[in-house]
Design a protein around this ligand. Structure first.
Ligand SMILES: Cc1cc2nc3c(=O)[nH]c(=O)nc-3n(C[C@H](O)[C@H](O)[C@H](O)COP(=O)(O)OP(=O)(O)OC[C@H]3O[C@@H](n4cnc5c(N)ncnc54)[C@H](O)[C@@H]3O)c2cc1C
Length: 357
């Protein structure tokens, strides 16, 4: 059975690690999806999507409660990956080096094709397989296709597949996603007294619900390995309302910051320094600034959003039956909920079902 996995985020990476003979296609130049990292140089990098993951989650199957132990799964499937507990959140972890390592390690033995943007899925001429067409014009035949992209992209991929009508009920209204804007500042060569203050901050992630800046992560503390390094990296993730309002004026297609944020970034950084109580840095311009926009950051109407994962759920059974019928497995946070551990658990369930066939 020839299997294609579209996407190398946590969902694609977990399935890829369980079905190593599958071909993994990723449209970006790197793996990771929404759990990804931006590299400025050898020593400076920061996560622009997910920043932590939970260790364990419960789920129900055949009326019995089970536990998915993500850390144990990673130990087995990605033995070289080193992870650390998050200093602030209990039961939360991140890779020792950078978030993108999650997918990289899980896919270390897989066939991964980067810069492969799947454009269209249609039936093969004999109707027995699926033809996958890429933006480059290349086509490949597969028996089974696993789609892990956000729903709006999946709907576009399947528009000529002839199966969309049957999926419509289940998938279309789950296609609403929140957006999230991200702003990062890097300050280099800070004096020792300020660095000591930063390093002594007990909690380095702050949540301000209902404010523009919703989540602030001092990425340099998360990944600091060298005490002599005197740079500070702060990443701000903005609230849904702020992000949807400013989505089109944040950064251009080349990820270059646009006029609006070029003018207002200092205001946001000053708010952070005010909250962290580092007045010495107020009005200090960053040496480097980075912007990112996540158009599809979190699925708003996931089947198991914020609820227990119940594999006996009637809708879930209906969903599995459709996947099996077409040999097109559509999975990701729109089913399991927008958390790495949920997507990872979901990926193990889907891989098990495919391997049963
Ligand atoms: C800003 C932000 C912060 C978050 N913080 C946390 C957190 O701290 N903890 C947590 O647990 N979760 C967090 N999440 C949620 C978590 O990141 C996601 O739920 C999870 O990463 C989704 O993984 P996925 O593999 O299902 O999808 P994705 O990561 O989106 O992977 C899909 C992949 O498919 C690729 N792709 C799409 N279309 C195509 C195509 N046509 N051809 C080829 N490839 C394609 C994409 O490039 C991508 O790599 C956060 C999300 C965001 C955006």
């Amino acid at each position: 059975m020839k299997i294609a996995i579209i996407g190398s985020g946590i969902t694609g990476a977990v399935i890829g690690s369980l079905i190593p003979e599958a071909y993994v296609y990723e449209r970006a130049s790197h793996v990771g999806g929404r759990a990804t990292t931006r590299f400025v140089n050898d020593s400076v990098h920061f996560d622009i999507g997910a920043t932590v993951f939970k260790d364990k989650i419960e789920y129900f199957e055949k009326g019995i409660q089970h536990e998915f132990d993500f850390i144990q799964f990673l130990k087995e499937r990605a033995p070289d990956l080193k992870i650390k507990p998050h200093k602030t959140y209990p039961s939360s972890y991140h890779p020792s080096n950078f978030m993108q390592e999650l997918s990289q390690s899980l896919l270390s033995k897989s066939r991964v094709e980067l810069l492969h943007n799947a454009e269209l899925i249609t039936k093969s001429p004999d109707e027995k397989q699926w033809t996958l067409k890429f933006a480059s014009g290349k086509t490949e035949l597969f028996d089974t296709v696993i789609l892990t992209a956000p729903v709006p992209q999946i709907i576009s991929l399947l528009k000529n597949s002839g199966i969309m009508m049957q999926w419509d009920d289940l998938i279309r209204f789950r296609g609403e996603y929140r957006s999230c804007l991200v702003l990062t500042g890097i300050w280099r060569n800070l004096p020792p007294d300020i660095m000591n203050k930063i390093k002594s901050l007990k909690q380095y992630t702050y949540l301000f619900k209902d404010e523009e800046a919703e989540y602030i992560s001092i990425e340099s503390e998360k990944y600091r390995t060298n005490d002599l390094d005197n740079s500070l990296v702060i990443t701000i993730q903005f609230s849904t309302s702020f992000s949807s309002k400013n989505l089109e004026r944040w950064c251009d297609v080349d990820r270059k910051p646009m006029y609006y944020i070029l003018n207002s970034n200092q205001y946001f950084f000053n708010r952070v320094f005010h909250v962290l109580d580092i007045p010495e840095l107020i009005s200090k311009k960053p040496d480097h600034m980075d912007t990112h926009k996540w158009r599809y950051s979190q699925a708003d109407f996931a089947l198991f959003k914020d609820t227990e994962i119940n594999l006996d759920h009637a809708k879930f059974k209906e969903y599995l039956a459709l996947c099996k019928k077409h040999n097109i497995w559509i999975t990701g946070d729109w089913i399991w909920g927008s958390r790495l551990i949920r997507c990872a658990l979901g990926a193990t369930v889907i891989a098990k079902e495919i391997l049963k066939k």
